[in-house]
Design a protein. Structure first.
Length: 577
């Protein structure tokens, strides 16, 4: 039901978003069991994966054709006559010439053969639900990546060579690194500030001031660097699963500074890191008390001007919700929308869907009930599992076997500055967007009425990244099926974060871009990829020109005055642990 005083969605099953004191007596044992299981499984629901493996195994036992194919592949491997095995791995750590001599070639070939066999075994088994197939394949992939010969001292030629050349000094340094990291993990925040990158010192240093603050956010207005600015301000909505300064890293790769220097008045939302008292903050709270209040403040400071709305990741999803909601109410403030690696249709939302079904959400909601929020380690751990080869095992080899610390950089420092999420909001977001795909289906309710993305009446600039594990570009591209306005879609290389941080001069950057006009014919993703030409360089100038084309005349720059009780940029919320 809807509480019309707070405009927050309320579920009949209220305990779904409860804190320990709120959980009813009959449900406390259920929550306790799920919380205990989570501690042993790292948050992975054994029931969900048990069902997935049972579905796969039973159908595999009934699939004689698949069994024959696996037997044929085993015989081929045993005879050493499988050249396709050379292409079976996507682990570039196995690609060097040092893997060619014996015995490393044998280790590599046996591993690739095993990997190929399991990939065949866990894919395309008739009768298995797609979600279960993906879960089984993911679980097996985690196991296979752990078994890679690149991960171990005696089977990795680079590590073995370094050990001989340094008389084992690399292992001594690696053990020191491991003990230091274990110590820091147990000491928590007390030793977190040893990074050379610090917020407010060499991160998030674009000048500006906090001009508005409430219980959910601080709104930063950045100081102009040009005498004239575009009349329409730019309001950036980052995701609350990350600190906002991913868009204001170092001076040379700050998207905020780039926009300011191009003559835009830029506002940025900095979300508060929630505590237990925020457990009942919901998705509509982020929509209204969050983005809605920020829009009102921007309108107050730039009267009679429409807004360029920009949303990154989950912030882009929220921005699309706000645009549809305000269009429904006939009070849209926007002149354009920019969605950066942001999904509006979650039917093919990538690897994160592996962690989302009723069983897994029940465990997650029990875990969140313990503290009233999703611990920051949980989301960080999920992202590590999605790219375990590079975020876990490559680091294991480099830092603990080779004894070489990963070079510090601004993006790495930001990535380690994780955030929490309120229990109610996170549950609603996963259920409404991922599980039910309610936003795309016109079933997401605000004030008791559904919002429809098809109501949006402004042009869009949408960016996807080619190697995005969080928001696959094909999923981001689905906005073309939901909104019939001018949509400029741009695909750039890189991942969810690095592809967005693509400043002019960044080496090895390429992009494709094309515009589908209102009422224009839809082009499927693969056809778009094949037909749209490739360009070299950063995509930022292309977007900047699009903003200019959708802006009015220049006006005198807007100076930012200090507000009583409010801080200079980067504000205080971003500094909270």
């Amino acid at each position: 039901m809807i509480n019309r005083e707070s405009n927050v969605i309320e579920y009949t099953y209220a305990d779904r978003h409860a804190t320990p004191d709120d959980v009813s007596e009959p449900l406390k044992p259920d929550y306790a069991i799920n919380q205990l299981l989570s501690q042993f499984t790292g948050g992975i629901d054994p029931v969900a994966y048990g069902l997935a493996f049972a579905d796969w195994l039973i159908h595999l036992l009934l699939s004689l054709g698949k069994q024959q194919a696996l037997l044929d592949l085993s015989v081929t491997h045993a005879c050493g006559q499988n050249p396709e095995c050379e292409d079976a791995a996507d682990d570039n750590r196995l690609a060097g010439a040092e893997w060619m001599p014996w015995p490393y070639a044998l280790y590599r070939q046996n591993y690739l053969a095993m990997r190929q066999w399991w990939q065949l075994a866990t894919r395309d088994v008739q009768g298995v639900e797609k979600h279960h197939t993906d879960m089984v394949n993911f679980a097996v992939r985690q196991w296979l990546e752990a078994l890679s010969p690149a991960n171990y001292l005696f089977t990795n030629p680079k590590v073995a060579k370094a050990t001989l050349e340094t008389s084992g000094n690399n292992l001594v340094k690696g053990m020191d690194n491991l003990l230091h990291d274990i110590s820091r993990q147990y000491l928590g925040e007390a030793q977190k500030n040893d990074s050379p990158y610090q917020v407010g010192k060499n991160l998030a240093v674009t000048p500006g001031k906090v001009v508005f603050k409430n219980a959910l956010l601080e709104l930063i207005q950045y100081s102009p660097s040009t005498a004239k600015v575009k009349a329409e301000p730019v309001l950036i909505t980052p995701a609350w699963i990350m600190k906002y300064y991913i868009l204001d890293l170092s001076e040379h790769n700050s998207l905020v500074k780039f926009l300011v220097d191009q003559g835009h008045t830029v506002f940025m939302i900095s979300w508060k890191n929630p505590q237990q008292d925020d457990h009942n903050v919901g998705l509509v709270d982020y929509l209204k008390r969050g983005l809605g209040d920020a829009i009102a403040e921007v309108q107050k400071r730039t009267p009679d001007q429409r807004i360029h709305g920009v949303g990154y990741c989950l912030g882009g999803t929220l921005l699309s919700m706000a645009a549809a909601w305000l269009e429904r109410e006939n009070r849209s403030p926007f002149c354009s929308l920019t969605l950066l690696a942001a999904q509006t249709d979650f039917s093919d939302a990538g690897d994160l869907r592996l962690f989302i079904d009723e069983s897994q959400l029940a465990m997650l909601e029990a875990v969140m009930a313990k503290n009233g929020y999703l611990p920051k380690e949980s989301m960080a751990g999920t992202f590590v599992m999605l790219r375990a080869n590079y975020l876990l095992w490559a680091r294991w080899v480099q830092e603990y076997l080779m004894g070489e610390r990963q070079h510090a950089n601004d993006l790495l420092a930001w990535n380690q500055d994780a955030t929490r999420m309120p229990a109610r909001m996170h549950s609603e977001y996963l259920r409404q967007c991922y599980l039910n795909n309610a936003l795309a289906g016109g079933q997401l309710m605000v004030d008791g009425k559904p919002i429809a993305l098809s109501d949006i009446q402004v042009p869009l600039f949408v960016v996807g990244t080619a190697k995005d594990h969080v928001a696959p570009w094909q999923s981001v591209y689905k906005v073309n099926l939901l909104i019939d306005k001018d949509i400029t879609f741009l695909l750039t290389n890189g991942g969810h974060n690095a592809g967005i941080i693509s400043e002019p001069g960044h080496a090895h950057r390429v992009y494709q871009v094309a515009t589908r006009k209102e009422d224009g014919q839809y082009l499927p993703p693969q056809a778009w990829l094949d037909e749209v030409p490739m360009h070299e360089g950063s995509w930022w100038p292309v977007w900047q020109q699009w903003l200019v084309d959708n802006s009015g005349a220049d006006v005198p720059s807007r100076q930012v005055e200090a507000q009583p009780g409010l801080a200079d940029a980067p504000g205080l919320y971003v500094l909270e642990p």
